[in-house]
Design a protein around this ligand. Structure first.
Ligand code: UD1
Ligand code: MG
Length: 454
């Protein structure tokens, strides 16, 4: 059967107190709506229809790359009205999963269960039993069978005792949506067109309404304010951390670990506390990440040890390298195996060959460094003239003395040596020593100026 996904995302999210539309607020580094679209894509739906309203331009721009059909709900007259505005583009046959843009953690597994359950009857919903159901639509059952959903504001005292709630996630036959939605009325406590009223319509048509429970309760949690957003972030992170640990990653404290993207990790990877991983990262076997590192879109090969507070952004790191503490690898940093990068060393758009070392206080930008070279403390590649960038090439087994400035474009040959404190503006040939500094001036018995005591 063909399946459409309809995502409700027109609400303003007043309680977020933000200029950003609610569905663009980030959870684990990705907009709430992005999580829902991602899950919809995993289901291989035939089309994904997103209902937008507030901040529509921003929302559409954010997802311009996605194959999403946008339908505007100019005025927010209720959840039933929201789905009704999709009818002109909704296929007449097949079924629709109706999701909420502010319920980001719904899983593929739960939705698959819902699709299976609703297949025969034409309507199903995800429900959950909560100790405190206040505020939610309640599931009214008779002899165990669903009869209606009653919104909290419309419910009588007895109905308010019901603990089973509507999560706002449904699967409904498209033919029935075309038949029922035009018949909704807004004659209720909130003066809104309630989508939930289709349940009573299904019963009136003699259909049975199926229900499934989510695999995990946090999947159906919605986000209305920043307190709920932060709480859901922790639950989402705890869930991701658990999956990584089940795959053999050693997280020293899963409650102090944040993954905002995807991590593919080998065996016996050890990650200390307060590490943030963003985008797509890959760590080989036995990689160790020290406390407080922030690592984005980076590959780190087996056996590499990263000491605390190192920052990576779009870097590629070889095997058995040593990095940090306090190193910064920026986009285009490419380290071969056995490289050492130490404290306060910044590497940008540079490749560093096998076994080369830059252990202290150095900037390497737009550089190509061979194997077995030593870059002394305080070395700077002067790659920028204020308008253009230039390249520094350093060969194999070169030795750059401390506090040297290498003014690019410049080439330091294989086995070449640069004396400490030199400002190198011309190429240094293989195996040569270049020293560029004035001869040391000496004055004997020199008397420094003295302070006169009053
Ligand atoms: C809805 C359900 C309630 C359920 C709860 C679960 C109805 C009438 N009630 O209530 O049974 O327990 O969700 O969280 O459906 N939206 C639009 N256009 C509108 C109105 C809403 O796009 O005109 C979107 C919102 O942005 C949001 C979603 O629909 O993503 C749910 O709307 P909301 O107003 O939060 O519904 P609730 O009152 O929470
Ligand atoms: Mg709500």
């Amino acid at each position: 059967m063909s399946t459409s996904v309809i995502i409700l995302a027109a609400g303003k999210g007043t309680r977020m107190r933000s200029s950003l539309p609610k569905v663009l607020q980030p959870l684990a580094g990705r907009p709430l709506l992005g999580h829902v679209i991602e899950t919809a894509k995993k289901l291989h739906a035939d089309n994904i229809i997103t209902i937008y309203g507030h901040g529509g331009d921003l929302v559409q721009k954010e997802f311009a790359q996605e194959q999403v059909q946008w339908v505007e709900q100019a005025e927010q007259l209720g959840t039933g009205h929201a789905v009704k505005v999709t009818l002109p583009v909704l296929p007449k046959s097949g079924q629709s999963l109706i999701l909420s843009g502010d319920v980001p953690c719904i899983s593929q597994a739960t939705l698959q269960k819902l699709l299976n359950a609703a297949q025969n009857t034409g309507i199903g919903l995800v429900t959950l039993t909560l100790p405190n159901a206040s505020g939610y639509g309640r599931i009214v059952r008779e002899n165990g069978k669903i009869q209606a959903i009653v919104e909290h504001k419309d419910a009588n005292d007895a109905q308010r005792q019901i603990k089973e709630i509507n999560t706002g996630i449904y699967c409904v036959s498209n033919a029935k949506l075309h038949e029922w939605l035009p018949k909704l009325s807004n004659n209720n406590a909130q003066g809104e067109y309630y989508l939930t009223d289709i349940v009573a319509m299904a019963i009136a048509d003699g259909l049975e309404v199926e229900s499934v429970e989510p695999e995990r309760a946090f999947e159906v949690e919605g986000v209305n304010d920043r307190v709920q957003l932060a709480a859901l972030e922790r639950e989402f992170q705890a869930d991701q951390a658990k999956l990584l640990m089940q795959h053999g990653v050693h997280l020293i404290d899963p409650s102090r670990f944040d993954l905002r993207g995807t991590l593919v990790a080998g065996t016996d990877v050890r990650i200390d506390i307060n590490v943030i991983i963003e985008g797509r990262c890959e760590f080989g076997d036995n990689v160790e990440i020290g406390a407080g590192c922030v690592i984005k879109n980076t590959q780190i090969a087996s056996g590499t040890k990263v000491q605390p507070y190192s920052i990576f952004d779009n870097a590629i790191v070889g095997e058995n390298t040593q990095i940090g503490p306090f190193s910064r690898l920026r986009p285009g940093a490419k380290l071969a195996n056995d490289v050492h990068i130490g404290n306060f060393v910044e590497v940008k758009n540079s490749s560093i060959g096998l076994g080369s070392k830059a252990n202290h206080f150095t900037y390497l930008g737009d550089a190509e460094i061979g194997a077995g070279s030593n870059i002394g403390a305080g070395t700077i590649t002067c790659n920028y003239d204020g308008a253009n960038k230039f390249k520094t090439v350093i060969g194999n087994a070169a030795f750059i003395g401390s506090n040297s400035s290498l003014v690019a474009p410049v080439t330091i040959g294989n086995g070449a040596t640069v004396g400490a404190g030199s400002t190198i503006t011309s190429d240094v040939a293989d195996h040569c020593l270049a020293v560029e500094r004035s001869k040391q001036f000496v004055k004997e018995n020199y008397q420094r100026p003295q302070k006169i005591k009053k």
